[in-house]
Design a protein around this ligand. Structure first.
Ligand code: ATP
Length: 195
């Protein structure tokens, strides 16, 4: 059984996945997978270099993420090109990690579960939900970015109501971290009983 875990920026996905991990559940992280596929020596990085030229690499031969972000921010067609290269590569990486998991069920954590085809890996979706004000204040505290930046990220993500509509299970993360861990423990027992 694979449970997709998602939620907006600063909602508590990492806090939730850390709690499941502490209970012995394997976590596959889509963000990490998206970094692995563009590591030095990986075929996707070679394709990116062929397409954009070697100025897209740092002097150490790593992907210059800031440069790539700027290019795709300014060009929809380059963005599409990149997505058509990376989405299948990321999906393969995720698939590989999911199939090597040995825990009773596995959590796939992804900020873009609904926006990509990653939900198709999952038998159920768990949404971690917080009021937008909490999302903003926790992200500001954690990242030291501007409120404007946080709001613009929130606006680029699927909205709260839509996300909740698509959820099979919801954890409301508006209490303490201890409350959150308790909610995770309850869900863990529920998931174990459903295997
Ligand atoms: P992102 O999408 O940006 O990676 P996230 O959904 O993984 O974010 P977390 O990093 O888990 O969110 O949580 C955001 C911040 O809020 C962190 O600093 C975390 O420690 C804090 N936090 C999460 N849950 C709680 C809580 N119940 N009480 C207090 N602080 C919390």
């Amino acid at each position: 059984m694979i449970i997709g875990l998602t939620g907006g920026i600063g909602s508590g996905k990492t806090a939730v996945s850390d709690s499941f991990e502490a209970l012995g559940i394997t976590i596959v992280d889509a963000d990490l997978a998206s970094r692995v596929v563009v590591e030095k020596g990986k075929p996707s990085l070679n394709s990116i270099e062929e397409h954009f030229g070697n100025e897209i690499l740092t002097p150490e031969g790593e992907l210059d993420r800031a440069k790539l972000r700027e290019i795709i921010f300014n060009s929809d067609s380059e963005k599409q090109w990149l997505e058509s290269l990376l989405h299948p590569a990321i999906a393969n990486q995720i698939q590989e990690e999911l199939s090597s998991s040995k825990s009773p069920y596995t959590i796939l954590v992804s900020p873009l579960l609904f926006e990509t085809n990653q939900k198709e890996f999952c038998s159920k979706v768990l949404v971690v939900d917080v009021p937008v004000e909490t999302q903003v204040s926790r992200t500001l505290e954690r990242d030291g970015v501007s409120e404007e930046q946080v709001n613009s990220i929130i606006n680029s993500q699927i909205d709260r109501e839509k996300r909740l509509e698509l959820a099979d299970e919801v954890i409301l993360n508006n209490g303490s971290l201890a409350d959150l861990q308790e909610a995770v423990r309850e869900l863990h027992h529920k998931f174990l009983s459903e295997i």
